[in-house]
Design a protein around this ligand. Structure first.
Ligand code: DX5
Ligand code: ZN
Length: 221
């Protein structure tokens, strides 16, 4: 299994975004957190900036929508050029319809669960998604402490994906670092988002490589 590292630009310097996008060129995806001051108590950026990120980024763009009404807005982010768009269980009304709409636009469809949300309701609609995001912090802010209590959920999801022979990716987001990468990989996550751990490092490229190698050493098949 290949481990993908997706640095979150939430911890980048928004006044030097192009520089900070190129600083992570040895990662696999760039993770862009869109927050609306409603679904989460923080506000980040919208379509015009995501569109420019997609134009200048050396990596495919993975948009994480922490917004109300993704049924209305998610397709707009696919139009911006995102490779994948993630929306939350707690925000969508018609996840299957939205996932199909995104896929019809050539965009990967991803579904996210917050720490108190169960993953089992997704099992019957798993093949509608390219990736499931298990939040390992309450969404809204970078730099929070990793919630190890989300690993049982991650394991149950990995077991279900393996049992059915699906290729669905499992992403984890929140508190992922060189010290927790082995824990999430051992539980079965293969796409690791890391914001403060990457952008807070002295040597950003080396930190990405270290997080990836720590995860690869621990990944369970
Ligand atoms: C939080 C965001 C994350 C955030 C992660 O709601 O979804 O992507 O940037 O930041 P760290 O890696 O610092 O926990
Ligand atoms: Zn995120």
């Amino acid at each position: 299994m290949t481990i993908n590292i997706a640095p979150s630009i939430l911890s980048a310097d928004f006044c030097n975004l192009e520089r900070d996008l190129h600083a992570i060129a040895n990662a696999d995806l760039v993770h862009v957190d869109v927050m609306d001051h409603h679904f989460v108590p923080n506000l980040t950026l919208g379509e015009p900036i995501v569109k420019r990120i997609c134009e200048v980024s050396p990596l495919p763009v993975d948009v994480h929508l922490m917004i109300e009404d993704p049924d209305r807005w998610a397709p707009e982010f696919a139009k911006c050029g995102a490779q994948s768009v993630t929306f939350h269980m707690g925000a969508t009304h018609a996840p299957v319809r939205l996932a199909r709409q995104l896929r019809d636009m050539g965009c990967k469809a991803c579904f996210a669960v917050r720490p108190a949300e169960p993953v089992e309701p997704i099992f019957d609609i798993l093949d509608e998604f390219d990736m499931i995001l298990i939040m390992t912090v309450e969404p809204g802010f970078g730099g929070q402490k990793f919630l190890a209590n989300q690993m049982a959920k991650t394991r149950r999801l990995r077991d279900e994906i393996t049992r059915r022979g699906l290729s669905t990716h499992i992403q984890v987001d929140g508190g992922v670092s060189r010290d927790t990468a082995h824990i999430v990989a051992e539980a079965g996550a293969d796409v690791l988002v890391a914001g403060s751990a990457v952008y807070g490092a002295k040597d950003i490229a080396a930190e990405i490589d270290l997080i990836r190698s720590n995860a690869e050493a621990a990944y369970r098949d």
